[in-house]
Design a binder for this molecule. Structure first.
Ligand SMILES: *[C@@H]1O[C@H](CO)[C@@H](O)[C@H](O)[C@H]1NC(C)=O
Ligand SMILES: *[C@@H]1O[C@H](CO)[C@@H](O)[C@H](O)[C@H]1NC(C)=O
Length: 248
């Protein structure tokens, strides 16, 4: 926003009516659509953008990836005796900016962008509330959680279209994420207040039944990650004139 504003002020002062087009910030690498190595060019521009992504881009209203704040992740399955509900709130994700970009498949004409990314190490911290039953014991509690997830692989499909307001820019209408969680370690603090032994036992159970917990929680994490990252992706492209960052 500020870049655009300052640019406008300068332009008005210079007497040229050029307000509708913002200058392209220097950290945005320009790729030509006709570039025979277009994939490599886009990969490089994402790499070059990494420090900005890590720290955030205040002038484009892009929040930092370190940490990435996720309002909540609500994991819920089953009813009655078999219900399981784990609410994670005020979640801070650390390590997202260390993604490795594996593959990129771009359908420029239809604006469908597919990418495969690995997150070697992610750490999540925040508040939890749990409501379930373990064996026949009802467990209802809340507190703080800490989790490490390793070797998470995500395949994201971004769909875009061109929107014209002040100028023509890309808008992402949809992001779907297919996530494979490699491994994780989860710790819920104080599930059973005042009974550290039982607490340990429950945490051990949560870390021994990994496949099951991954299966239950993955769709909820995919949804929330897609929602959060789509917002960030749009904040990046909203202020960039399409024909300037991606000329023919
Ligand atoms: C989890 O969040 C949902 C939706 O906000 C709420 O209805 C539910 O009561 C919460 N569960 C726990 C265990 O706090
Ligand atoms: C996650 O990793 C950090 C850093 O290695 C460690 O301090 C923390 O105890 C780990 N958390 C869990 C739940 O294992």
């Amino acid at each position: 926003m500020w870049i655009k504003f300052i640019c406008c002020v300068l332009v008005i002062a210079g007497g040229i009516n050029y307000c509708s087009t913002a200058a392209i910030p220097s950290y945005i690498h320009i790729c030509h659509q006709s570039d025979p190595q277009l994939n490599d060019c886009i990969k490089n521009s994402i790499e070059e953008l990494r420090p900005q992504l890590r720290n955030g881009i205040p002038e484009l209203d892009v929040p930092p990836l370190e940490p990435l704040n996720v309002e909540d992740i609500i994991i819920s399955r089953g009813v009655g005796q078999y219900h399981f509900m784990l609410n994670l709130t005020n979640v801070q994700v650390f390590g997202a900016s260390y993604f490795e970009l594996n593959k990129l498949k771009l359908d420029i004409d239809n604006m469908i962008y597919k990418m495969s990314v690995t997150f070697p190490n992610l750490r999540l911290k925040g508040d939890y509330a749990v409501d379930t039953r373990i064996l026949s014991l009802p467990i209802t509690s809340d507190g703080q959680f800490d989790a490490n997830a390793t070797n998470c692989e995500g395949v994201g499909i971004l769909k875009g279209d061109l929107v014209r307001d002040e100028f023509e820019h890309l808008h992402f209408s949809d992001l779907t994420i297919d996530l494979k969680i490699g491994d994780y370690k989860l710790r819920l603090d104080n599930i059973v207040k005042g009974d550290e032994t039982l607490n340990e036992a429950i945490n051990e159970l949560a870390n021994s039944n990994k496949e099951e917990l991954i299966k239950i929680s993955t769709p909820f994490i995919e949804n929330r990650a897609a929602y959060t990252l789509l917002k960030i992706a749009n904040q990046i492209v909203n202020n960039l004139e399409y024909d300037k960052v991606f000329p023919k």
